[in-house]
Design a protein around this ligand. Structure first.
Ligand code: PRP
Length: 211
């Protein structure tokens, strides 16, 4: 009997490319998944049930086993250190985590750094022996140096458009980001056939080695 996989899918900007990847891998995912406002979408024809989650929450659902697998950005995994298996680099939603500032930024003692990623930012500056004051924000991070809340920010850069339109520059690139396929540790054992088949099919379209 086919094992039903409960899949945590990220809503928002990754959603479209995640659905396309599954479709390319041969799963006839319903086209209306992207536009639907339903939060739980059953797709028994492909042996899946989708939970439409905020991207930052995907790894939480998977860690607690309410989803067997999930698609999540490496940025979230680096920030949260969740107890999940990271199975595949899906190669979608490519961007990078960077230190950003105003072009005329000059070093100060204990600079303030605004970010959605306080753990990533603290670790990065600690490893460089730099003392900083990290301020957690939840969005529109680029505002912080413009209005004097912070000296620098740590944030994602994808096209660079947000930086350009706000007169900011990328000072250092910290690490590249792509979306990853993750699995709950128990599900990985109990539903190994279905998860392995999914990985095999995905690998034929992404051409990346298993992590
Ligand atoms: C992300 C990120 C940057 C922007 C980068 O924000 O935090 O602000 O995208 O993309 P770009 O290089 O293509 O301009 P998001 O759109 O997720 O919204 P947020 O500011 O509310 O976090």
């Amino acid at each position: 009997m086919q094992q039903l996989l409960k899949v945590a899918m990220p809503k928002g900007r990754i959603n479209k490319s995640a659905i396309k990847l599954l479709q390319d891998a041969g799963y006839a995912i319903p086209d209306d998944l992207e536009d639907s406002r339903k939060l739980i979408i059953s797709a028994p024809e492909v042996g899946m049930e989708f939970i439409m989650a905020k991207p930052v929450d995907v790894a939480t659902y998977v860690e607690y086993g309410v989803s067997d697998i999930g698609i999540v950005g490496k940025d979230v995994l680096m920030e949260e250190d969740r107890d999940v298996y990271e199975l595949l680099d899906l190669g979608i939603a490519r961007c990078r985590m960077s230190v950003i500032g105003l072009p005329d930024w000059t070093p100060v003692m204990n600079p303030r750094v605004a970010t959605k990623y306080p753990n990533v930012a603290s670790r990065y500056f600690r490893e460089r022996g730099q003392q900083v004051d990290v301020i957690k924000l939840n969005g529109s991070i680029e505002l912080a140096p413009l209005i004097g809340l912070a000296d620098r920010i740590v944030d994602m850069v994808e096209t660079g458009r947000t930086l350009q339109e706000n007169g900011l520059v990328e000072l250092e690139s910290i690490f590249p980001i792509t979306s990853r396929l993750i699995a709950n540790r128990v599900s990985y054992r109990m539903k190994n056939d279905a998860i392995q088949q999914l990985c095999d099919r995905l690998q034929t379209v992404i051409g990346e080695p298993v992590l």
